[in-house]
Design a protein around this ligand. Structure first.
Ligand SMILES: O=C(O)CCC(=O)C(=O)O
Ligand SMILES: [Fe+2]
Length: 314
């Protein structure tokens, strides 16, 4: 049964950075989720982004399929093509999506984003590129507060080489609502934790997102995440959980099938591909040894990304 959930609100513009860092630490210990406000992105820009996203998903399927993702995970994923809970026997999440990342990053033999033709969707690419840049700037501020919240230098992630050319993704998402008849007990997004450092999520206000704060509890308790107008929902990812030896929690979440159509945009922040993710000194001791071996960011992400492709990654 879903209960009422009150998540902390972090003000990114607060000049008292130590106080923000303290609040972030508490939020990451208690929930692994919080709202980010005063992040500097205008509401009108969010509306423009959601409008452009809707325009893309309204294109005929054959047009969208021309941009289907390849090995590098950029472009279009049709309905049911990904299953975020890779251990689930029920395959296929009821959403379609579109991934965009930095043009500078070469992840496989393909190193270019895919774009719908300008004559079909004027300004689409420019809107997405602008969102990517704005979110990268917000993430940079957030990452430095997260470093402070762990008692580290605020430039810690830059200094260890995790934030020079970080792999980040914009993921546009469309949940079709009850008009889609092939759901058969599937979820909008099956239960998962995100892979990277953190995720910053924008939704259109249609409910559906739930979190499970204690994944080991049986039966699991799923709680609705209320919409807060203008706020981004931030959650800790598995790479940060590894860095912090499970001090910061990458909380399980999912999206229920929705009656109405629903649009959301996730911004996934990961580190630089070649950075090593290994337990922070301050997060381990003799009594609490590292729970995960060190791993290169790219190896971890490749493995996790390929596991969510329902029929294998093309
Ligand atoms: O659409 C949402 O609200 C959540 C999406 C999500 O959890 C994801 O893409 O990782
Ligand atoms: Fe997620």
């Amino acid at each position: 049964m879903a209960g009422d959930l009150v998540l902390p609100l972090i003000d990114l513009s607060n000049p008292d950075r130590d106080s923000s860092a303290k609040s972030i630490r508490k939020a990451c210990l208690d929930h692994g989720f919080f709202y980010l406000v005063n992040h500097g992105i205008e509401e009108s820009f969010f509306q423009q982004l959601l409008k452009q996203s809707k325009k893309f998903f309204s294109l005929p399927l054959d047009e969208k399929m021309k941009l289907q993702t390849r090995k590098d995970n950029r472009g279009y994923n049709p309905l049911l093509s990904l299953t975020l809970d890779s251990s689930s026997e029920v395959k296929g999440d009821v959403n379609e999506g579109f991934f965009i990342t930095s043009a500078k990053i070469s992840y496989s033999q393909f190193n270019a984003n895919q774009w719908p033709p300008e004559e079909l969707l004027p300004c689409w690419r420019a809107t997405m590129e602008s969102y990517y840049e704005k979110m990268l700037a917000v993430s940079k501020k957030l990452i430095s507060l997260m470093a402070l919240s762990l008692g580290l230098d605020d430039l810690f992630f830059e200094k260890i080489g995790a934030w020079h050319e970080p792999l980040a993704y914009v993921r546009l998402l469309h949940y079709p609502g009850k008009t889609f008849e092939g759901s058969c007990g599937r979820l909008g997004a099956s239960a998962h934790s995100d892979f990277g450092i953190a995720t910053l999520l924008l939704t259109d206000g249609v409910p559906g997102l739930q979190i499970c704060r204690d994944k080991d509890r049986h039966p699991q308790l799923w709680e609705d995440v209320p919409h807060v107008h203008g706020a981004l929902i931030v959650n800790v990812g598995d790479l940060l959980e590894r860095w912090t030896n499970c001090l910061f929690r990458s909380t399980l979440h999912r999206v229920l099938p929705t009656e109405q159509e629903r649009y959301s945009v996730a911004f996934f922040i990961n580190g630089d591909l070649d950075c090593m993710v290994e337990c922070l000194e301050s997060c381990c001791s003799k009594e609490n040894p590292p729970r995960f071996p060190a791993i290169q960011c790219v190896d971890y992400l490749r493995h996790r990304i390929s596991a969510i492709y329902t029929g294998g990654q093309k």
